[in-house]
Design a binder for this molecule. Structure first.
Ligand code: TYD
Ligand code: MG
Length: 496
């Protein structure tokens, strides 16, 4: 007979123990264990031991068979288009019937809005079941009205019982099901609160069963903890087919959607949306949006000092971004390095390279670096552009506004090759840039657009010499002593 036992379960990693621990011995998380009741089935345990003994003795127990991979037939599945180009790309070509997706994001970022828009687009041809555990049906209707959903094909159920949700999935014609959210639904046979590890795990398992047996593409909304990770056990991410991350600043309009895991496509695609009055709108030309008024300066003689344009490559899309840097004398013995939208340690490394390989005396200066537009940029191909921005700020000079810089900077000051260079250059040319500073090792390059002058450089000092002409050793020395005098003055002011 099944009997209930109390267990302490880590809410982060799912580790179980019979007694309370302040720190999980598995994942090291503090105060992550909560008490849950688990059913133990004695008869099941005995049966398992018996089957194990049978298997050991070579007796067939389950009739399982394997076959050569070449003989396995694959049905060509037709993907469902969400009619949102960016979203389809992130999904690897549309929704796969029977796939289970997890859409994670901060509260208020627009998860429910995105899914209601997906429901609206699909409802032209298919039935969509929208199960909400967070809001009432009337609240969902209010949002739907705002988004212009008027189809009878969108079926809404305010349901928190996951077994009832499973029943609904089994008894509809829907091809897509939305569960908003997995943390708000509960399994009636599990005593712990909704959102706990066991609830999330069992609920997900049931929904996966429903999705696979009826071939319903199921999208579950997942909450994000304040540390930015998906709430609930990590097993959740392993269980589903696709994990989508919806990011952005809820104060700004911009939203980024990317796949963290995708069993049916690549994870390098990125979709960019803007949150408008009437829902999410895809941004057709994100580079133009991020570059803003920088684009109007392309034809001018000089760009403002301390700025450069870098080109990132996210999947099949290239993104041009402006980077701004400011170097300033400080009376503080340990100067500040502040960076927004870029990796802090990477900046420290780049500053060290500039100091040692390009003789820029930055060690006593505060350095601020900002990727304009609020986008997080982690592509090392941005190194060269950031180095140029820092150098021009330090030297009070500027570069050609029509120049875009792409390249990774190594510790010896060498410019390392980058991937997808031709694609990045095409995007730069499309936006009107006329020159590109690129790693020489990437050359010769096929597919360079006509009208774009491509300059290959081998080292950081060669790149600086090209982009900021007439900087000789004397200029660098003078600049360094000028900054030293300024720093000394500031120190004396601070002391007096
Ligand atoms: P919501 O989708 O409810 O966020 P989530 O489900 O991720 O918690 O919506 C978040 C915000 O979006 C909300 O503050 C209002 C805003 N919003 C718009 O600006 N325009 C719209 O058309 C809609 C529906 C919402
Ligand atoms: Mg919501």
């Amino acid at each position: 007979m099944a009997k209930a036992k109390s267990r302490w379960v880590c809410q982060q990693c799912g580790f179980q123990t019979s007694r309370f621990l302040g720190r999980c011995t598995d994942c090291g998380g503090w105060s992550t264990l909560t008490e849950e009741l688990v059913m133990e089935d004695e008869a099941g345990k005995k049966g398992f031991a018996q089957r194990l003994a049978q298997a050991k003795s070579g007796e067939a127990v389950s009739g399982a068979v394997s076959k050569p991979i070449t003989e396995i037939a694959v049905d060509e599945v037709e993907r469902l288009s969400t009619c949102m180009k960016g979203l389809d790309e992130v999904l690897g070509g549309g929704l796969v019937p029977g796939a289970v997706l997890l859409l994670a994001g901060d509260p208020g970022i627009g998860k429910s809005t995105l899914l209601m828009q997906v429901a609206k687009n699909l409802a032209d041809k298919h039935k969509v079941l929208y199960i909400t555990g967070e809001e009432s049906a009337a609240q969902v209707k209010l949002r739907a009205e705002r988004l212009g959903v008027r189809s009878e094909n969108v079926l809404v159920a305010a349901e928190q019982n996951v077994v009832a949700a499973y029943d609904l999935m089994n008894n509809t014609e829907a091809v897509v099901c939305v569960v908003d959210s997995i943390q708000s639904v509960y399994h009636p046979e599990i005593s712990s609160a909704a959102g706990s590890v066991s609830q999330v795990r069992e609920g997900t398992q049931l929904l996966i069963n429903g999705a696979k047996s009826r071939n319903i593409a199921t999208i579950m909304v997942g909450h994000v903890t304040k540390e930015g990770t998906i709430a609930g056990p990590r097993v959740l991410e392993h269980m589903v087919d696709v994990v989508l991350q919806f990011e952005g600043d809820s104060l700004r309009q911009l939203r980024l959607l990317r796949a963290v895991k995708n069993r049916f496509g690549s994870t390098s695609e990125l979709a960019i949306f803007a949150m408008m009055e009437e829902g999410l709108k895809e941004v057709e030309n994100p580079s133009a949006l991020f570059l803003g008024d920088r684009l109007s300066k392309v034809g001018l003689k000089q760009a403002p000092s301390g700025t450069a344009v870098i080109a990132g490559g996210e999947g099949s899309r290239s993104l041009l971004l402006e980077v701004q840097a400011l170097t300033v004398a400080t009376p503080n013995p340990s100067p500040r390095r502040v960076v927004n939208g870029w990796d802090y340690n990477r900046l420290l490394q780049l500053l060290a390279v500039l100091e040692k390989r390009a003789q820029l005396s930055l060690c006593r200066l505060d350095v601020y670096v900002n990727i304009v537009g609020g986008m997080d940029f982690s592509d090392p191909a941005g190194d060269l552009g950031i180095a140029l921005a820092v150098a021009t700020s330090f030297l009070d000079r500027s570069i050609d506004p029509g120049l875009v810089a792409v390249g990774e900077v190594g510790l010896t000051g060498e410019i390392r090759p980058v991937i997808n260079l031709a694609q990045r250059l095409k995007e730069a040319h499309r936006l009107g840039f006329t020159k590109a500073l690129v790693p020489r090792v990437n050359l010769p390059l096929t597919g360079v657009p006509k009208g774009l002058e491509v300059i290959g450089v081998e080292s950081i000092s060669e790149a600086l010499n090209y982009a900021i002409p007439s900087i000789d050793k004397q200029t660098l020395k003078d600049k360094a002593s000028q900054e030293q005098v300024l720093t000394r003055e500031l120190e004396l002011n601070k002391l007096s």
